[in-house]
Design a binder for this molecule. Structure first.
Ligand code: SF4
Length: 942
């Protein structure tokens, strides 16, 4: 008989695994949630999932602590103390819902625009937008305006798609990958997996970023550019490519507007495309020298020569472009110093890009047919890919800078080709295939159409008869005509100022607008609590829906507590921001892998119930009963167009429909059985050249992505911008206000330009010699992470990082604090030295600093003692210009918040040893404070 002891060497961590979708950041990886005795015991990556293939980041595995967070709201709350104090009483759901209905119903009946409904980084925007449209308010948008709308809008106006959710590098074939301004939070696991593939193949990675952290730290080459000058650098690369002839003319002629003829004569048509009677842009046909439709059978477009029609000269886009960027003003010598680089470095990078693109050409042996009916026997690609994010876009010149990057890609012929940038379904989709914006409210009726869209000219602006903005955030007005994601960062200040009008109820979902999501944070908190002469709040009512006790929740009059992401249904939908890959259509769900243990409800289900109680069309039946029992029911049965609903997989009664098909009652179970996601691969023949590939277009129509094939060309020349410029020059019926004419004339150039960021142009830069930036760390996402007991151990505080020269010049020593001053304010913060940093730049991690009392943290939490926000230094308006007018601190084209235009000066705070300043008084916590010790696997202990 053996005497060996019985050892349990590997005890099972769970007795059940449920597969759902992570929500610890926006990448939406697949996760396996392990349950032990009905409780979440462990989270790991789903090895079959198309997004992460089993990879899980620190945030993802720490989801268990997000789910168990002491900061979770526990029941509906009604404010009982002064607004902002955090004093609430718990109420029933029925009372909470009836209160919301009592506030909203009179608004819908009389003035729907008085409800402003804005959401943060939620993932149900097609649903919340549909609800707001049914309510009838024009005032709805999500957080894109203060995040990266420049990235989306510049991409869609230029390419018909954009980076991240709408496109990706060809990770399998790219040989040179250039990253611009990418921190570690966006597109997190997919980029890490992609970089791993590049490194394994020996592909070269160039990181362009003032800060060498994260991806830039593992790049082969780091370009520590001066903030706000990326556009200058990119246009100089374009200069070099044109000068050396390193552009793909064949590609430009076939797939872009390079040969489109542009009116060159002064007058109301200058800068517009020459078109035929059907509106098709014309090109000069080499065979005849005549102007013919760009897509006429057999046409041979000439990108070099123009035509004269009725005495008016028309020149091709490529001629305009070449003359513009071959100008010595774009030569490396002219821009290098301003960019913090040398001319030789710029020339070397341009030469490397050209060498890889044209000497390492890739050919795939895959025949395909283009939309003109021409059969190609292979697919040829240029293996240079780019990716960019907020570092390019969060400047007041960000739209044009991002357009410049896309122009560079197009000139190389590296868009939607092997080795280059590839669209992900439902993209490609050009701006003309998107809706135009709608904003006309009618009492008691839905809005006249979808809120957001892509204007094609002044006629699409949302203005009253006398030219005032229709929206509270002034999106789609002359101030920011192409604000495709709205301007959430302006809502509170505009509502407080009553400009363009006053609202009644501010309804926020998952948006921490009283802290890290607002510029000018201290003033925003005052606006939220400000009263008029009668003592009433200037913003009369605030409703917040959130899962956690954030800083913003304390400013609500009514709190609707949401579930955590493990307790709810969600759909990662093709109607929204899906999880597709370049080679596959994909979507996914979340489902309640555990039941809530508090009196909370999933927000989307709450919204449906509010809609039913308000009698909103589509949400209530003729007999007054709710149309949808809950969000899961909506996910299955809602149809946006006949046969097209939120989820693409297993449609139709038999469950065999992809993209199109009748609702299938078994659909959610099919998703659950498949690991929470659905994938449909694109046929080999259709995987590249998607905008022009007949097989792709037919495949997309069959899946409901389009209703008919829609081939188009990439736009080097942005004609909608030119239409706004023409208006500013005095042409057309709709005219901008006088004070905006000069700005529109300068900034709305149809070819990408660089101009100095507005705040810097308005300043004495000698008084504010440093740029100040924030980045989000890999281990945190927005403000969600710094309540998480595991993630707080990685980033519990955030020093201001200083470059060596600044550190030495001011005599800083380890442990020191500094006063940091902008034209708008002053903060006092801990500092640390970092040498891998642009010498004119200071920076810190974003959203680590917390207000005392929020997030169930202790009043002495390091996040409040030694954490801080730069937001206090950034105003939502630009400095006064002396004409009595103040402009939003945003991109003039899209309204993107210009977070990264901030200029500061620094001095050593010799006598200071904490805390970070300003130190706002503690909010009362409606959920108390978390325990001192949290042990995984045990119940909370205090
Ligand atoms: S990258 Fe984002 S979605 Fe993926 S595991 Fe990490 S936190 Fe979750």
């Amino acid at each position: 008989m053996s005497s060996d002891p019985t050892l349990t060497l590997s005890r099972p961590v769970s007795d059940e695994v449920r597969k759902t979708t992570c929500y610890m950041c926006a990448c939406r990886c697949g996760i396996d949630v392990h349950l032990k005795d009905g409780k979440v015991s462990h989270i790991e990556g789903n090895r079959d999932h198309p997004v992460n293939r089993g990879v899980l980041c620190a945030k993802g595995s720490a989801g268990i602590m997000q789910h168990r967070s002491p900061a979770r709201l526990r029941a509906p709350l009604r404010r009982v103390g002064p607004r902002g104090s955090g004093q609430f009483e718990e109420i029933s759901w029925d009372e909470a819902l009836q209160t919301a209905v009592d506030w909203m119903a009179p608004l819908r009946a009389a003035a729907p625009e008085k409800l402003a409904f804005f959401t943060g980084r939620d993932q149900s925007q097609s649903f919340t937008g549909w609800w707001a449209q049914a309510f009838g308010t024009p005032n709805w948008a999500a957080h894109g305006g203060f995040c990266s709308v420049n990235m989306a809008a510049a991409g869609i106006y230029t390419l018909g798609g954009a980076f991240w959710e709408f496109g990706q590098p060809d990770w399998e074939r790219t040989r040179l990958f250039v990253l611009f301004g990418v921190a570690e939070d966006h597109d997190s696991n997919p980029i890490k997996i992609g970089l791993g593939k590049l490194k394994a193949r020996g592909a070269r990675v160039i990181g362009v970023n003032p800060i060498r952290s994260g991806y830039n730290a593992v790049a082969d080459d780091w370009v520590g550019i001066t903030p706000g000058t990326d556009g200058l650098f990119i246009l100089s690369l374009v200069h070099e490519l044109l000068r050396t002839g390193a552009v793909d003319l064949d590609y430009l002629i076939r797939y872009t507007d390079a040969p489109f003829l542009v009116n060159a004569a002064d007058g109301p048509e200058k800068g517009l495309f020459l078109r035929d009677a059907d509106g098709a842009p014309l090109v000069r046909d080499r065979r005849t020298g005549r102007a013919v439709a760009w897509n006429a059978p057999g046409v041979q477009p000439d990108p070099g020569r123009g035509v004269v029609v009725d005495g008016v000269e028309h020149l091709p886009v490529f001629r305009h472009l070449a003359e513009r960027y071959l100008d010595p003003a774009h030569a490396p010598e002219a821009v290098a110093e301003r960019c913090g680089l040398t001319p030789a470095r710029i020339r070397a990078i341009a030469a490397e890009i050209a060498r890889v693109a044209f000497e390492e050409e890739i050919t795939l042996d895959r025949p395909w047919t283009d939309f003109r009916g021409v059969r190609h026997d292979k697919m040829t690609g240029r293996p240079v890919a780019f990716h960019a994010m907020r570092g390019l876009s969060a400047h007041s010149n960000g739209f044009q800078t991002t357009r410049a990057l896309h122009m560079l890609q197009v000139l190389l012929g590296s868009v939607e080709v092997p080795g280059g940038f590839r669209f992900k379904p439902p993209y490609p989709k050009p701006a003309t295939a998107h809706p135009r914006p709608h904003g006309r409210a009618t009492p008691g009726a839905p809005l006249d159409g979808p809120h957001l869209g892509y204007p094609q000219g002044p006629d699409d602006l949302l203005l009253t008869e006398d030219g005032a903005p229709l929206r509270i955030d002034k999106a789609f007005s002359w101030e920011h005509p192409l604000s495709a994601h709205g301007m959430m960062h302006m809502v509170i200040s505009n509502a407080h100022a009553g400009d363009p009008y006053r609202i009644d109820t501010l309804f926020l979902y998952m948006a921490n607008m009283a802290w890290n999501s607002s510029m000018n944070t201290s003033a925003v908190m005052e606006m939220l609590t400000d009263t008029d002469e009668s003592g009433a709040y200037v913003i009369p009512r605030i409703i917040c829906a959130d899962a956690y006790s954030s800083e913003m929740v304390a400013f609500a009059d009514l709190v609707l507590p949401d579930t955590t992401y493990l307790e709810r249904h969600d759909c990662i939908s093709l109607l929204d921001r899906p999880i597709c890959e370049a080679e596959a259509l994909a979507d996914s769900i979340r489902w309640p892998v555990v039941a809530p243990d508090r009196d909370v409800r999933a927000f989307q289900s709450v919204l449906l119930e509010l809609g039913a109680r308000l009698g909103l069309p589509g949400m209530v039946r003729d007999d007054g009963s709710p149309e949808y029992a809950e969000y899961a029911d909506y996910m299955v049965r809602h149809e946006r167009r006949p046969g097209v609903g939120p989820l693409a997989g297993w449609r139709g009664e038999a469950g065999d429909g992809v993209g199109r098909g009748a609702p299938n009652p078994a659909q959610l179970q099919r998703y659950i059985d498949n690991g929470g996601f659905f994938v449909d691969h694109i046929p080999d023949e259709a995987q590249f050249f998607k905008p022009w590939n007949a097989a792709y277009q037919d495949w997309a129509v069959a899946r409901g992505l389009y209703d008919s094939p829609q081939p188009y060309v990439l736009n080097l020349w942005c004609e909608p911008l030119r239409k706004f410029q023409l208006a500013a020059e005095g042409h057309g019926k709709r005219q901008p206000p006088e004070h905006l004419r000069a700005r529109i004339k300068t900034c709305f150039d149809p070819l990408p330009i660089w101009y100095e960021p507005f705040e810097q142009a308005a300043l004495d830069t000698a008084a504010y010699p440093l740029h100040a930036l924030t980045q989000r760390p890999m281990a945190m996402y927005h403000s969600w992470g710094s309540q998480n007991v595991w993630l707080r151990q990685i980033h519990g505080q955030n020093p201001l990082y200083l470059p060596r020269d600044v550190w030495q010049a001011h005599g800083f020593r380890p442990g020191d604090w500094a006063h940091l001053t902008s034209p708008h304010g002053k903060i006092t913060v801990p500092v640390a030295r970092m040498d891998a940093l642009n010498p004119h730049t200071v920076w810190t991690w974003n959203a680590i600093g917390k207000r005392r009392g929020a997030w169930a943290l202790s009043d002495r939490a390091p996040e409040a003692e030694r954490g801080f926000l730069l937001n206090h230094l950034i105003h939502e308006l630009l400095p006064p210009r002396g004409d009595g007018l103040r402009w939003a601190n945003s991109d003039p084209i899209t309204g993107q918040a210009a977070w990264f235009d901030l200029r500061v000066r620094i001095e050593r705070a010799a006598a200071h040893d904490g805390p970070s300043l300003p130190a706002h008084p503690a909010q009362a916590s409606p959920v108390g404070q978390g325990p001192a010790v949290v042990a995984h696997g045990a119940e909370w202990t205090t």
